[in-house]
Design a protein around this ligand. Structure first.
Ligand SMILES: *[C@@H]1O[C@H](CO)[C@@H](O)[C@H](O)[C@H]1NC(C)=O
Ligand SMILES: *[C@@H]1O[C@H](CO)[C@@H](O)[C@H](O)[C@H]1NC(C)=O
Ligand SMILES: *[C@@H]1O[C@H](CO)[C@@H](O)[C@H](O)[C@H]1NC(C)=O
Ligand SMILES: *[C@@H]1O[C@H](CO)[C@@H](O)[C@H](O)[C@H]1NC(C)=O
Ligand SMILES: *[C@@H]1O[C@H](CO)[C@@H](O)[C@H](O)[C@H]1NC(C)=O
Ligand SMILES: *[C@@H]1O[C@H](CO)[C@@H](O)[C@H](O)[C@H]1NC(C)=O
Ligand SMILES: *[C@@H]1O[C@H](CO)[C@@H](O)[C@H](O)[C@H]1NC(C)=O
Ligand SMILES: *[C@@H]1O[C@H](CO)[C@@H](O)[C@H](O)[C@H]1NC(C)=O
Length: 308
């Protein structure tokens, strides 16, 4: 914490313009408890001492309130392989290990939580994350976390970005009569590749309320149904739909042609069969179509955006 002297308000205003914020004491304690729970052989958290937690590595506080709003401890020290991303756990000495302390719950104003490429294997999905009411960004990709995705995650109604790709999670789309995914109303990006869904017949219906969604990546999820009963969907903002490595054993559904905003449609290795739906021709913004490794034959309907 910084000690504030009320007499020197003008002085403080000047200081504030040049330094970062003061830390709230119980939030600092919560962060120290988190630090005590993790292994950090490369000493990435060396700056986590002293009073002003707002100056510590990976922490950002609000200029207005002093609350911690951002916690970014992703491990950036590795060479990312864009193409062979799947299930590469290239953790290294810069990965934090151990467990994610529930003490973080004290960070009541947290908007941004980014922990990728740390090795938290052996731990379950930190369920308490569902209580961060103000959370806008959650990235737990490549952390080795496992277990069920808590359906309470649906309480994060302000969430804009959800990335939980390539951990060892499993989950249900329908949880005791509620489609918890439907509650993530603000979501713009959802990347859940590698999550094993145990039942998946209504995944499209469950996501259909998310009209803000721009990017949806669900690959390698054990999805088996492609909801052929629907005629249209509400994805009015969707640009990227990536659904590779599923077991649909059915044709491409007609409703895909109702996503007029679509620019990228990736459906590789999904056990799709002929025929192509005529509605595909309605996708006038499409610039990238990938249908490799399916059992499709015959003519693709004219895709004018791709012909030119
Ligand atoms: C807070 O202040 C710092 C430096 O004074 C500035 O770089 C940062 O953008 C500000 N953050 C917000 C959220 O206004
Ligand atoms: C990243 O790792 C290399 C060794 O592989 C090390 O020399 C370098 O200091 C590390 N960089 C950071 C930012 O930790
Ligand atoms: C990741 O963490 C687990 C559990 O702590 C450990 O057994 C494993 O060796 C770690 N893997 C790497 C590559 O550090
Ligand atoms: C999520 O919200 C429901 C009510 O909508 C509530 O019963 C539940 O306790 C909440 N869960 C969490 C983790 O906040
Ligand atoms: C999540 O983290 C991974 C690994 O750092 C990164 O590649 C990805 O772009 C992040 N996702 C989002 C939505 O920012
Ligand atoms: C995915 O399906 C396969 C084959 O049906 C099954 O062996 C596997 O356990 C499922 N994975 C998950 C995470 O449910
Ligand atoms: C489209 O969204 C509206 C509003 O969320 C909803 O009432 C309607 O049921 C949705 N349509 C379908 C086909 O689910
Ligand atoms: C979509 O395509 C079908 C078949 O080509 C056509 O009958 C229909 O009118 C189109 N719908 C829209 C909304 O463009």
């Amino acid at each position: 914490m910084c000690r504030l002297l009320p007499n020197f308000i003008l002085f403080l205003l000047v200081i504030q313009a040049f330094s970062s914020n003061c830390c709230i004491e119980h939030e600092r304690d919560a962060l120290l408890e988190f630090k005590a729970g993790v292994g950090d052989i490369s000493n990435r958290l060396a700056s986590w001492r002293g009073n002003n937690c707002c100056d510590w590595a990976g922490i950002r506080c609000s200029n207005k309130t002093g609350h911690v709003v951002k916690l970014n401890l992703r491990n950036t020290n590795f060479t990312f392989d864009d193409i062979y991303e799947d299930f590469i756990y290239d953790w290294n000495d810069y990965s934090l290990t151990g467990k994610i302390s529930q003490s973080l719950l004290s960070l009541s104003d947290l908007k941004y939580l980014y922990l990728s490429y740390n090795n938290f294997s052996g731990n379950k999905f930190p369920e308490f994350i569902s209580s961060f009411e103000k959370l806008e960004y959650l990235n737990l990709s490549h952390t080795g976390l496992s277990g069920m995705i808590p359906p309470q995650l649906g309480n994060l109604s302000r969430l804009l970005y959800l990335d939980i790709r390539y951990d060892l999670f499993s989950g249900y789309i329908l949880n005791t009569q509620t489609w918890w995914l439907s509650n993530l109303r603000s979501l713009r990006l959802m990347h859940m590749s590698g999550v094993g869904f145990k039942e998946s017949s209504n995944w499209v219906e469950s996501l259909n309320k998310l009209s803000s969604l721009e990017v949806l990546v669900l690959a390698d999820n054990n999805l088996t149904q492609f909801s052929h009963a629907l005629t249209f969907v509400n994805f009015t903002s969707l640009r990227v739909l990536h659904l590779s490595y599923q077991d649909f054993y059915s044709p491409i559904p007609n409703w895909l042609g109702s996503i007029h905003s679509l620019t990228d449609l990736i459906l590789e290795d999904c056990s799709l069969v002929s025929p192509y739906p005529a509605t595909l021709g309605n996708l006038t913004s499409l610039s990238n179509l990938a249908l490799d490794f399916n059992s499709l034959d015959g003519m693709i309907p004219p895709l004018h955006s791709l012909i030119n």
